[in-house]
Design a protein around this ligand. Sequence first.
Ligand SMILES: [Zn+2]
Length: 140
Amino acid sequence: MMPNKMTHDLALVSMATGVILSLPANGVVVFPIAAGMLAGIALSPDLDVANRRPRTVWNMYWWLYSKLIPHRDSLSHMPLISTMIRLIYLPVIPVYAWLSSTGHVSELGEWIFKWCVVGLALADCLHTILDIAFSYWRNR
Ligand SMILES: [Zn+2]
């Protein structure tokens, strides 16, 4: 049994809430981190099965990605690497790199982008940990 989308999403919302509640200790950085975590609801590692999901525009966009990367492959589930691959496919990183190279990203924009990516990478870590934990419990 794998954790379903609802389990993953509830875990993300809980983690993002916890991060926001740490505002007094960590300052405003908690907001872009929590935003990145919540982006993990749409940018889930399980987009590698988008071709098996209902035909929404979002799943159709990820169809090629899901055809190229097998389900639960390290390319879709390895924290950081899979985060970067999805952000390139989207294509958030190429657009950001272009905007940055042409001087269209302010220092504040750079700071927000960086911490959002950190939040998304943390969301991917949580996703993979849940997948591994559920696999472990299933096989006990
Ligand atoms: Zn997964």
